[in-house]
Design a protein around this ligand. Structure first.
Ligand code: UDP
Length: 478
């Protein structure tokens, strides 16, 4: 017999994550957090995606928490992708639209499952705008788990509302983002192309925003000390309920097994060697270099990074992911790797690294990353300053938060927003080395950034700002 909401006291939540690591990882962390706070949680996903987090969910379940995964078969054969390809990570541009089609085909069975499970609350990724209709039909609240942070959301809102990029005469002239609590300036080239030149994605984002307005509220993976003024700003600017419930990674990934397995069902091949290598390094002396879960650079850019790292003179751990079929990398990377090993300057991890575990290591002194929201948040949570190298999505907004508001970073100097699979202008080795020397050096500017980042790291862990959400009673009086 299916239980009705009135039959139980425990809040039944369904969590529906989007199928990219950058969205799924924090949302699974959040789902585990809900269960940790006593909710009964069902995560809906497909089998290959479930594999990337199932062990953590099982561990939680076995320790008495009410959490489980419900999988729906991905229509791989129907859309023409190999079995097991169920998300946008490591997906070629040709396969992306097929996976997207597969995800769309799952809409109906997902809706049916939600109706059968009869939750009290539906928490979905922003990319399921239809979820608000299902919630309306069931008479339950739908909350959006936002991909970006409150600053990014506020910046996007400002750009949409005021279109300040239309008042400048060139692509490189700066303009202020109206209405934000701080002075923030950008150029037209840094704004996503789908905003400047509307296309199909612009329409999708329009639907996402409409469904946000009709939803009960938004959950943001952030914390008050980090971007409290922007949480408040976004709430006021949109008139919507907004809660920061992060950094979600901190509160659920308490043991090393969670951190190692987070986001991939792989134990990094060289687990002990990178750890031993980091253990041999002085405190704060190593730069962690990673560009998130999706970005891949062509060989020419990877080569510039290699030279930049070497020329900086600082030690580094670099997570390298090559473009499929780009064999040039295999010509020079092994030699570079060997040289770095011999002079004890650098350690290379291929494809995927246990990022949380590495960032927590005392030898790490800073990051070079693509300003992906999770990486920015995880870096700051670890109390680390960073070099910004924004690429796509809302990275250029995140860069402004890091540089202008938090003042914990150094830009590598990327000028133009690109789509995920587009190749940007080459960032030269000199610019890379210069930014690293500044960030990892002992100059006053770096010391100030380090101090600020450290304070943020303390703020991230000192008290859980998500209690505001977890102590909230769903009703219409708020
Ligand atoms: N990540 C990881 N190991 C890797 C690459 C990424 O654990 O080698 C995790 C990282 O900790 C973060 C997420 O994947 O939680 C990436 O999200 P982010 O927003 O930084 O970038 P995206 O992948 O969405 O571009």
């Amino acid at each position: 017999m299916v239980e009705s909401p009135a039959d139980h006291d425990v809040l039944k939540i369904i969590v529906l994550p989007w199928v990219t690591s950058g969205h799924m990882i924090p949302m699974v962390d959040a789902a585990r957090l809900f269960a940790m706070h006593g909710a009964d949680v069902t995560i809906i996903t497909t089998p290959a995606n479930a594999l990337t987090f199932q062990k953590s969910v099982d561990r939680d379940f076995n320790s008495g928490r009410l959490i489980r995964t419900h999988t729906l078969k991905f229509p791989a054969a129907e859309v023409g992708v190999p079995e097991g390809v169920e998300n946008f990570n490591n997906t070629s541009p040709e396969m992306t639209s097929k996976v997207y089609l597969g995800v769309s085909m799952l809409r109906e069975p997902t809706q049916q499952l939600i109706e059968d499970l009869r939750p009290d609350c539906l928490i979905t990724d922003m990319f399921y705008p239809w979820a608000v209709d299902v919630a309306d039909k069931l008479g339950i609240p739908r909350l959006i788990f936002q991909g970006p942070g409150s600053f990014g959301l506020s910046a996007m809102h400002s750009i949409k509302q005021y279109e300040p990029f239309k008042s400048v005469t060139s692509d490189t002239e700066t303009f202020p983002l109206p209405g934000l609590p701080h002075k923030v300036e950008m150029t037209r080239l840094q704004i996503p192309k789908w905003v400047r030149e509307p296309n199909g994605y612009t329409q999708l984002m329009g639907r996402v925003k409409d469904s946000e307005r009709r939803s009960y509220g938004s959950l943001v993976n952030s914390f008050y000390d980090f971007e409290g003024p922007y949480e408040e700003h976004y709430r006021k600017a949109t008139g919507q309920r907004v809660w920061s419930i992060g950094p979600v990674s901190v509160w659920v990934n308490q043991d090393a097994a969670d951190k190692v397995g987070r986001g991939q069902d792989l134990v990094a091949e060289d687990q002990n060697s990178w750890l031993n290598w980091l253990n041999s390094k002085e405190k704060n002396s190593v730069l962690y270099v990673s560009f998130g879960s999706m970005a891949k650079f062509p060989s020419a850019q990877l080569l510039e990074i290699a030279h930049g790292l070497e020329a900086s003179g600082h030690s580094f751990i670099w997570v390298v992911r090559k473009v499929d079929g780009d064999d040039d990398v295999d010509v020079w990377l092994p030699d570079f790797e060997k040289k770095m090993k011999e002079n004890n300057k650098g350690f290379i991890i291929r494809n995927w690294a246990p990022q949380l575990l590495i960032l927590d290591h005392p030898a790490i002194g800073g990051l070079l990353n693509h300003s992906g929201w999770n990486s920015v948040l995880e870096g700051a949570t670890a109390g680390l300053p960073m070099i910004t190298w924004p690429l796509y999505a809302e990275h250029f907004y995140n860069e402004r938060l890091v540089l202008d508001v938090l003042k914990i970073g150094v830009p590598v100097g990327v000028k133009e927003w690109k789509n995920l699979h587009e190749v940007g202008e080459l960032v030269r080795r000199d610019a890379i080395a210069k930014a690293i020397k500044l960030l990892m050096g002992s100059g006053e500017e770096a010391e100030v950034m380090r101090k600020k980042a450290k304070e943020l790291g303390v703020g991230a862990k000192k008290g859980y700002s998500g209690w505001r959400f977890f102590s909230y009673q769903f009703d219409s009086s708020d």
